[in-house]
Design a binder for this molecule. Structure first.
Ligand SMILES: C[S@@+](CC[C@H](N)C(=O)[O-])C[C@H]1O[C@@H](n2cnc3c(N)ncnc32)[C@H](O)[C@@H]1O
Length: 419
């Protein structure tokens, strides 16, 4: 997948009554290591979306196309620097103080909805799937020209509501922890579609089915995410659980963890998700979304902070965390230390009737792992998991077409460790 990325904060300039917005963006892969190199030039459009409600609570939005000269991305390009005339928009914002969001997207191949993204991963003998390009969103703020973040929107499946999407901030600039990655996007989309648009059980991949079953029981469920980055998987899950069909009746706690450098961006995304949830009235069960730092170098020694230590984890999940082979031992040992902590919880609660849980769940730890294999050395992960007593229950490979390059893939695994 390719991603449109702002390389710097958009700059607003004024000349008389005319307002211009100067944009600098690129289109690269998740790692940022290769630019989009399409066979044919691809048209790029810039749209404005204006909230018509002054408090911005109602998502009553309409879209405007900006007047721009034709903007195209072609092979060999590394950066695009369009200037757009936003005079009409600025008048509307200044007069009404309504929020204006801008979106840079490609006319074709746009990865806009969960369903678009998943459709590109379907293996078809008749036609080759095209790769996709994820649009970028940012807010126009006339009072504060500097924008530090841009966002990704993923429109959820099975709803006609245009505004039903999850949105995650990324940071302008380069930081591994502060933007989204292919495996997280694909894993989130696969889960969202399987939970929101139930498919015939005989065609549903067994791993996703097992995952859904885990959430469907009556007891509260606790989920811990390792290396959450900006929170696409854990945060995305928290938005999808209330929309599961049929909705679960149980309470759910999701604890996202990462290194300290990821914390501020993840917390910011948690606030966005909370805000979005508040604007929707629902009788669905509560989902508690938490964040805590967890460095695998400490995790491998069983040194956990309060929240991590304080719960028994029914599911541990991670996406795109297995590319750095030097970190694999610490990561796998952290998984095992979490399992050990789970066993201690099970032992402590076996005498307490209020927290007693079914034997099967309390003595096993499940891990959902999504990875986009980047080099063969990463396969060391599977030996390490096996050596530590983790067993593969399910696996699924989703092809990931990439425009102008070789098809890649995202692998989804469900592992389990028994006492
Ligand atoms: C490629 S990013 C993936 C982020 C996110 N899971 C996603 O799919 O978008 C890898 C993540 O692992 C985290 N990470 C790397 N080393 C770590 C460590 N020693 N302890 C905890 N997290 C670590 C990074 O901070 C980063 O957020």
């Amino acid at each position: 997948m390719h991603y449109i990325r702002l390389l710097k904060s958009p700059t607003l300039s004024r000349s008389g009554k005319k307002f211009m917005l100067d944009l600098v963006f690129t289109i690269t892969t998740d790692l940022g290591d290769s630019f989009l190199y399409p066979d044919e030039p691809i048209d790029v459009a810039i749209h404005a979306e204006i909230s018509t409600d002054s408090e911005s609570k109602k998502k009553d939005l309409f879209k405007l196309s900006l007047e721009t000269t034709k903007l195209q991305w072609q092979s060999g390009m590394r950066v695009a620097k369009p200037s757009v005339d936003i005079s009409r928009l600025m008048q509307q914002t200044l007069n009404s103080k309504n929020k204006i969001s801008l979106c840079i997207s490609t006319e074709k191949f746009s990865a806009r909805t969960v369903s678009d993204i998943l459709a590109s991963t379907v293996v078809s003998e008749e036609e080759e799937q095209d790769g996709q390009i994820m649009p970028v969103w940012f807010t126009l703020n006339p009072d504060e020209a500097e924008v530090e973040v841009f966002t990704r929107r993923l429109y959820l499946p099975g709803t006609s509501e245009q505004e039903d999407y999850v949105e995650f901030e990324e940071e302008i600039g380069e930081s591994i922890a502060r933007h989204i990655w292919d495996a997280g996007v694909i894993a989130f989309c696969a889960i969202a579609e399987s939970w929101m648009l139930p498919m015939p059980t005989d065609t549903e991949p067994s791993g996703l089915k097992a995952l859904k079953k885990l959430f469907a029981g009556p007891k509260p469920i606790n989920v811990l995410e390792l290396g959450c980055g900006v929170g696409i998987l854990g945060g995305g899950l928290s938005a999808v659980i209330p929309r599961m069909r049929p909705p679960p009746s149980r309470r759910c706690t999701i604890l996202m963890t990462d290194l300290e450098e990821a914390e501020s961006r993840t917390r910011s995304n948690m606030s966005r998700l909370l805000q979005a949830r508040k604007s929707k009235s629902s009788n669905t069960p509560p989902v508690k979304l938490l964040y805590e730092n967890l460095d695998w170098e400490e995790g491998r020694k069983g040194e956990f902070d309060f929240e991590t230590q304080n719960h028994r984890w029914d599911l541990v999940m991670l996406s795109d965390c297995t590319y750095n082979v030097d970190m694999l031992p610490a990561l796998v040992e952290t998984l095992s230390a979490l399992h050990t902590s789970n066993i201690a919880h099970a032992a402590a609660s076996s005498s307490s009737s209020s927290e007693a849980s079914s034997g099967e769940q309390s003595l096993s730890t499940k891990v959902f792992l999504a990875t986009k294999p980047r080099h063969t050395s990463e396969e060391a992960l599977f030996d390490l998991l096996s050596q530590e007593g983790w067993t593969e229950l399910h696996s699924q490979t989703l092809p990931l077409p990439v425009l102008g390059a070789e098809t890649q893939s995202v692998d989804l695994y469900l592992y389990e460790k028994l006492q």
